[in-house]
Design a protein around this ligand. Structure first.
Ligand SMILES: [Ca+2]
Ligand SMILES: [Ca+2]
Ligand SMILES: [Ca+2]
Length: 213
């Protein structure tokens, strides 16, 4: 009996060196998997946010049809649009998600940045088919080239924001003026998602709904 127990102790269990080797291998495997998993999570969040932004875009068009104008941004962070946004400073703020009846945050837990051309949100003189947009969507912060210089409105998800200090391009999207930057995703860098409303899109929906001309 005693001999059998000794034999079991000799055969069973791992030595410390063996355990260390196994742990090192597991750590290596996890280290290789983690970047792939986090890239997948990021892609999923971007997909969810893209879907949310499509919904917000539709809600803005619906709001325009119902109110004959776009909403002003929310500038006091209560989720509702301010009544007037006639100055340049008040044209940029956050999405009035309560007035639009949409979810308050994107997949990153942030309220979208929202900016509108004041003529498209004016409740005193409603916009017409000849109203021009004034929001510029640029490809760099310097705005030497732009994708459009007459967007009626723009919505922006700030994304995961990898760095504590945003890049110059990202800073351009939250500085409260009428210029914005949109370009390809940069891993660990620029991750903003930018969607804008062309005046022509707004006009076509208004005409279809019989609200214009
Ligand atoms: Ca407000
Ligand atoms: Ca960002
Ligand atoms: Ca800007």
């Amino acid at each position: 009996m005693m001999k059998r127990v000794e034999a079991c102790q000799a055969q069973g269990g791992f030595s410390l060196v063996e355990m260390a080797a196994v742990l090192a291998i597991v750590a290596l495997l996890l280290g290789g998997l983690l970047p792939a998993i986090s890239a997948q999570i990021e892609q999923q969040r971007r997909n969810e946010t893209r879907k949310y932004m499509d919904e917000v875009r539709d809600a803005l068009l619906g709001y325009a049809i119902a109110n004959k104008r776009l909403p002003c941004p929310d500038t006091n962070n209560d989720g509702t649009a301010e009544a007037v946004c006639t100055s340049v400073a008040s044209q940029a703020g956050f999405l009035p998600y309560k007035d639009l009846g949409v979810t308050d945050k994107d997949a990153y837990g942030n309220v979208l940045v929202y900016a509108v051309t004041k003529a498209f949100a004016d409740s005193a003189t409603y916009f017409t088919l000849s109203t021009a947009g004034t929001m510029r969507i640029c490809t760099t912060a310097a705005c030497t080239a732009n994708l459009t210089n007459n967007a009626a409105a723009v919505i922006i998800s700030r994304g995961a924001n990898w760095a504590n200090t945003p890049s110059a391009d990202e800073a351009e999207n939250t500085d409260g003026d009428t210029d914005f930057v949109s370009h390809d995703f940069v891993q660990g860098g620029f991750d903003d998602m930018v969607v804008w409303l062309s005046p022509n899109t707004v006009f076509s929906r208004m005409v279809m709904a019989g609200q214009l001309p």
